[in-house]
Ligand binder design. Structure first.
Ligand SMILES: NC(=O)c1ccc[n+]([C@@H]2O[C@H](COP(=O)([O-])OP(=O)(O)OC[C@H]3O[C@@H](n4cnc5c(N)ncnc54)[C@H](OP(=O)(O)O)[C@@H]3O)[C@@H](O)[C@H]2O)c1
Length: 245
């Protein structure tokens, strides 16, 4: 067994254009993929105990991260937002209605942040049955991410008596790239939509040169409407790196 008991198995899931963009550079796009692929995303959420997005995705899309429009909508994941520099907390100050979005959905939302202090008057507005702030500090971002995931596992287990075995990370490109660079990806689910956007932002990167880059084995492929879904598994050599961190 290579896995430390407290880190969940992580699936990175995203939709991209043929040329690898997750969104357009103007930040005006919302859906890259079609309805069938989005319905599949809901199904995939129902097989994970928690679904995570970055602060920027939450603030721009106000995504619900719930399971909807499918038969298994009783299997709802917890929602996790990573907010390392307190960007969501700061936005709550000027936009109190965001609290409603944060506390929406049938399960708790966990806000993982580097901010340790009480935040203005915001914390007292949180309903702890709906929203839990996990404050965690570390100088290095990757260590922060790993420590934060361990904290998250513990808190979910304590607050909900539910083990976090499977975590799904849905974006954006910055967050997905950080998970890859930290060696925290076990599986990739990548939908390719028949579009070419151009642009240079919103691209997933491992930050490695070709000679060092991790490789993934294709598990399966499937056509979902106009989109093609590719499922990859990380090679064991990459997983082994995690034991040594
Ligand atoms: N096609 C898809 O599947 C898909 C899925 C989800 C989202 N999206 C799109 O993606 C866009 C948002 O993605 P994004 O990449 O801009 O943002 P993001 O991944 O949603 O959020 C990035 C967050 O992580 C923090 N962060 C990341 N790396 C860090 C580091 N090394 N040190 C400190 N903080 C770090 C940033 O902090 P700071 O804010 O403090 O810089 C930021 O809050 C939206 O347009 C959304 O619609 C597309």
């Amino acid at each position: 067994m290579y896995r430390s008991g407290t880190l969940p198995e992580v699936t990175l899931k995203w939709a991209q254009t043929i040329d690898g963009q997750l969104a357009d550079d103007s930040d005006q796009s919302q859906w890259i993929s079609g309805i069938e692929e989005r319905r599949y995303t809901h199904l995939l959420r129902s097989t994970h105990q928690a679904v995570l997005v970055g602060a920027q995705t939450f603030l721009k899309d106000l995504c619900q991260l719930t399971v909807r429009d499918i038969d298994y909508d009783e299997l709802q994941p917890a929602r996790v937002i990573i907010d390392p520099r307190g960007r969501v907390l700061a936005a709550l100050k000027d936009n109190p209605h965001l609290i409603i979005s944060l506390q929406m959905g049938p399960r708790r939302t966990y806000l993982l942040t580097d901010i340790l202090e009480d935040f203005e008057d915001i914390d007292e507005k949180f309903d702890s049955t709906k929203l839990i702030r996990i404050s965690y500090r570390f100088n290095d971002f990757r260590q922060w991410l790993m420590g934060g995931l361990r904290q998250l596992s513990l808190v979910i287990e304590t607050a909900e008596n539910r083990r976090l075995n499977f975590l799904m990370v849905e974006g954006g490109a910055t967050t997905l790239s950080e998970f890859l660079k930290a060696g925290l990806a076990d599986r990739l689910e990548v939908a390719i939509s028949p579009l070419i956007l151009g642009g240079s932002r919103h691209r997933v990167s491992s930050g490695s040169l070709l000679k060092n880059v991790d490789r993934f084995d294709v598990e399966s492929k499937e056509q979902l409407g106009a989109d093609i879904l590719l499922r990859y598994k990380v090679r064991k050599a990459t997983s082994l790196k995690r034991v040594m961190i």
